[in-house]
Write a protein that binds this ligand. Structure first.
Ligand SMILES: NC(=O)c1ccc[n+]([C@@H]2O[C@H](COP(=O)([O-])OP(=O)(O)OC[C@H]3O[C@@H](n4cnc5c(N)ncnc54)[C@H](OP(=O)(O)O)[C@@H]3O)[C@@H](O)[C@H]2O)c1
Length: 173
């Protein structure tokens, strides 16, 4: 919850996930647009498509990455430079493990290996796709887009429960 983390901590997360991406994209685009060639692949998240209770800053920062990248990619049309945004769901890396998510509390079909995410991203960039996510994430994004928030948010809350319980258990308060 936003009120249980320090403002500094939340700001660091937002800066790292959103503003650092902006700075790096800006820096990379200079050389790329001069040479008129290059591909940028951003690693966003499936949560970029909906608000995430108890992960509010994370999801908002990823929505920033998607919006920025889609808009800049449009600005780049007609050049040899493109941006592809990869939006993975649960991926077997250190982050979900640290938050207490695993295949016993999150359905197996929602997990991907990092290698698969990389492959999807590289293939999408080669094809000139702007936004890419796995099939299950597409279903999730479509549900979040079409269903009313009053139905979507409780479902997301339930899915996030393991991470919330883990955070509560490790909280000094
Ligand atoms: N894993 C998932 O389920 C999942 C799902 C959707 C999106 N993503 C996104 O995928 C990306 C990679 O995450 P991951 O799952 O591969 O996690 P990871 O294995 O923990 O890797 C995170 C990386 O970020 C670096 N990092 C962390 N804090 C940093 C900081 N303050 N400054 C600079 N670098 C920092 C880490 O560097 P060190 O190794 O030096 O600490 C590490 O290389 C992230 O953008 C994450 O949001 C992950």
């Amino acid at each position: 919850m936003v009120s249980t983390r320090t403002a500094d901590d939340l700001q660091k997360e937002a800066v790292l996930n959103a503003l650092v991406v902006l700075r790096l994209t800006h820096a990379a685009l200079r050389g790329m647009t001069t040479r008129n060639m290059g591909d940028i692949i951003q690693i966003s998240s499936a949560v970029a498509f909906y608000p995430l209770p108890d992960g509010a800053t994370y999801a908002a920062s990823k929505a920033f990455v998607n919006s920025l990248s889609e808009a800049v990619n449009r600005e780049l049309r007609g050049t040899g430079v493109r941006i592809t945004v990869v939006c993975p769901g649960f991926t077997r890396t250190a982050i979900p493990a640290r938050l207490g998510f695993n295949e016993t509390n999150i359905p197996r079909r929602l997990w991907q290996d990092p290698e698969a995410v990389v492959e999807v991203g590289l293939r999408a960039a080669a094809r000139g796709k702007t936004v890419v996510s796995g099939l299950m994430n597409k279903v999730g994004a479509a549900m979040a887009y079409y269903l009313p928030r009053r139905l979507v948010l409780p479902y997301i809350e339930r899915l996030q429960k393991p991470g919330l319980e883990r955070a509560a258990a490790s909280s000094p308060g």
